[in-house]
Design a binder for this molecule. Structure first.
Ligand code: TRP
Length: 509
C-alpha cells in the first residue's frame, strides 16, 4: 500500500485531527481571559451556544466544500463556481498570515514548558524581550510541525492527532482535578465560572463570544475545507461536525475549570486582590499563571509543567492544520512533492515570523520601533485575521454551500435555514461590529475615530483586493489540481522506485 497516499484512514482519525486543529491557543489562552473580562459564567454559556448553533453550521459547510471536491481550497470553491475561486485563495492567504504569529506563540509555549522542566516557567518580560531566544524557540516549535505534515495526512497528521488529542484531554482532566482540590478559594472560583449573571454580559461581550467561537473552531481559514477533502466518502459529516464541536467545547470548558479555581485559590492564600492579577487581559496565561503556579509550591510546579506542555501540544496540532492548508494548495497547484512544498512554506513562514517576534520583543522592552498602526505585528496580524478576515472566510463558506451548490446537493430543513440565513446574518453582525469597534474604539468619552483602526481595516481590504486580483489574473483559467494529483504523483514515484529496485535485483552482484 502506498504509505503517502493522502486522506485519513479512519473516521475517528479525521475527527481527532479536526478537533486538534480547533483546540489550540484560542481555547487555552484566549478563552479564559476573555471569560474573566466579560463577567465569567454568562460568557461561557453564550460561547457554548455559539459553538453548537452557529459554529457547527459553518463547520459543516466547510467540511462539505472540501469533501465534494476532494481538492485544495481554491479548487474546492472553483468547483462551486469559477468566480468564487478567489475565496479559496483567500483561505490560503489567511492561514499563511496566521502562521506568522501562531508560530511565535507556539515558541512561547515551548519555552514555558521547558522552563517548567527546570523549575521556573520563564518570566515573560525576560523571555519576550530576548529576541534571539524567541526565534530559537519558534524554530524548535516549527520543526515537529513541519515533520508531521511532511509525513503526510495519514501517517503524519492522523497519527499525531490520535496520540496527542487524548493526551491533552487527559492532562486537562488531571489539572482540573488538582485545581478543584486546592481548598480555599476554589468555591469562589467555581461560582465565578459557573454561576451565570447575565446582567454582566454586554453586547460587545456577546459578539466577543461569537467571534471567539469562530476562532476556536478554526473556521474561515481553510483548515476544515482541507481536512474535509481528506475525509472518507462514507463519513457522515454532520455527525463528525457534532463530535468535533463537542470535543472543542469540552476542552474549552475544562480549561476554565483548570484555571479559575487555581486563580481564586492563589488570590485567597496570597491576599492578592483579583483585580491585581490581571486575569481579564492577554497576559493571563503567560504572566499571571506562572506566578500563580509558583505560589503553589511543588504542586504548582507539576501543574505548570503539565499545563504548558499541554498548551504546546494544542498549538502544535493547530499549526499542523494551518500548514496543511497552504501546503496542499502548493502541492496541487505546482505539482510539487510534499517534502519540498512543506519545506518552502515552513521556511517562508518562519522567516516572516522573525519580524513578528522582534516587534513583540521591542514592544515589551518599551520600544514601538516595529509597530504599525499603534500595534506590534502580532497584535496587528491577530486583529486583521481574527476580527475581519476569518469571519469573511466563514461567511463565504456558508453562502457558497447554502446558495450556490447544485439544488440536489443543498441542505434543507433546519440546517439549510441556518446555513442560508441565520448563520450568515450572525457572521455579518460579528464582522460589522468588529470593524466598528476597530475604527471607532470605545473610550471613556464615548466612541471616537481611530486612524490606526482605520489603517487595520485598510490592510484587511488590501489583502482581499490583492487576493481577488491574483486569482483572476493567474488562477481562474488554470488547473489548480486536486488530491488525486498528489496520489497519482506518489504512485508514479513509487513505481519508478520499484522499477529501480527491480533492475538492481535482476543485475547479479
Ligand atoms: N482554532 C485555533 C485555536 O483555538 C486557532 C485557529 C484559528 C486555527 N484558525 C485556525 C488553527 C486555522 C488552525 C487553523 O487556537
Amino acid at each position: 500500500m502506498n504509505q503517502k497516499r493522502p486522506g485519513f484512514g479512519t473516521r475517528i482519525g479525521f475527527e481527532l485531527a479536526a478537533a486538534g486543529s480547533a483546540v489550540g491557543l484560542g481555547n487555552l489562552w484566549g478563552f479564559p481571559y476573555k471569560t474573566s473580562a466579560n463577567g465569567g459564567a454568562a460568557y461561557l454559556f453564550v460561547y457554548l451556544a455559539c459553538i453548537l448553533l452557529v459554529g457547527a453550521v459553518a463547520m459543516l459547510a466547510e467540511f462539505t466544500l472540501g469533501r465534494r471536491s476532494r481538492a485544495n481550497t481554491v479548487s474546492a470553491y472553483k468547483a462551486v463556481s469559477p468566480n468564487l475561486g478567489w475565496l479559496g485563495l483567500l483561505v490560503v492567504v489567511i492561514p499563511a498570515l496566521i502562521m506568522c504569529y501562531y508560530l511565535v506563540l507556539g515558541g512561547y509555549t515551548v519555552k514555558y514548558a521547558l522552563g517548567s522542566f527546570v523549575g521556573n516557567a520563564g518570566k515573560y518580560e525576560a523571555f519576550a524581550g530576548n529576541v534571539g531566544d524567541v526565534i530559537l524557540h519558534t524554530a524548535v516549535f516549527a520543526l515537529p510541525a513541519a515533520l508531521i505534515v511532511i509525513a503526510g495526512v495519514r501517517n503524519g497528521i492522523e497519527k499525531a492527532a490520535k496520540l496527542l488529542l487524548p493526551t491533552m484531554l487527559l492532562i486537562l482532566i488531571v489539572i482540573s482535578c488538582v485545581s478543584l482540590l486546592l481548598g480555599e478559594g476554589v468555591h469562589e472560583g467555581l461560582a465565578f465560572y459557573l454561576k451565570p449573571d447575565f446582567s454582566k454580559l454586554t453586547g460587545s461581550g456577546i459578539l466577543s463570544a461569537m467571534g471567539q467561537a469562530f476562532f476556536s473552531l478554526s473556521l474561515g481559514c481553510g483548515a476544515m475545507i482541507a481536512y474535509g477533502s481528506y475525509s472518507g466518502q462514507t463519513v457522515d459529516l454532520a455527525r463528525s461536525t457534532v463530535v468535533v464541536c463537542l470535543l472543542d467545547g469540552l476542552l474549552t470548558f475544562l480549561s476554565g475549570l483548570a484555571i479559575f479555581p487555581a486563580l481564586f485559590h492563589y488570590a485567597a492564600i496570597s491576599g492578592a486582590s483579583l483585580s491585581s492579577l490581571g486575569m481579564g487581559g492577554a497576559g493571563l496565561t503567560f504572566i499571571t499563571l506562572p506566578m500563580v503556579f509558583e505560589g503553589l509550591g511543588l504542586a504548582g510546579q507539576i501543574i505548570s509543567l503539565l499545563f504548558f506542555t499541554m498548551m504546546a501540544i494544542a498549538a502544535l496540532t493547530s499549526i499542523i492544520s494551518i500548514l496543511e492548508v497552504v501546503t496542499q494548495f502548493i502541492i496541487q497547484r505546482h505539482k510539487l512533492a510534499r517534502t519540498r512544498a512543506v519545506s518552502i512554506v515552513a521556511f517562508a513562514c518562519l522567516a516572516l515570523s522573525v519580524p513578528v517576534g522582534i516587534s513583540l520583543g521591542l514592544d515589551v522592552n518599551g520600544s514601538k520601533a516595529l509597530c504599525l498602526f499603534g500595534r506590534n505585528l502580532l497584535e496587528l496580524l491577530d486583529g486583521v485575521t481574527n476580527t475581519l478576515l476569518m469571519p469573511l472566510g466563514a461567511l463565504g463558506a456558508c453562502l457558497a454551500v447554502g446558495w450556490k451548490l447544485p439544488k440536489a446537493e443543498r441542505f434543507s430543513g433546519f440546517t439549510g435555514t441556518m446555513l442560508r440565513i441565520v448563520t450568515p446574518v450572525l457572521i455579518v453582525l460579528i464582522l460589522v461590529f468588529g470593524a466598528v469597534d476597530m475604527v471607532f474604539p470605545a473610550t471613556e468619552a464615548g466612541r471616537a475615530f481611530s486612524a490606526d483602526g482605520f489603517g487595520m481595516l485598510m490592510i484587511a481590504a488590501g489583502v482581499v483586493l490583492l487576493t481577488i486580483i491574483a486569482y483572476f489574473l493567474w488562477l481562474k483559467n488554470r488547473d489548480t489540481g486536486s488530491n488525486q494529483d498528489e496520489e497519482a504523483a506518489n504512485a508514479k514515484r513509487e513505481e519508478a522506485f520499484r522499477a529501480g529496485l527491480q533492475r538492481g535485483w535482476q543485475r547479479p552482484e
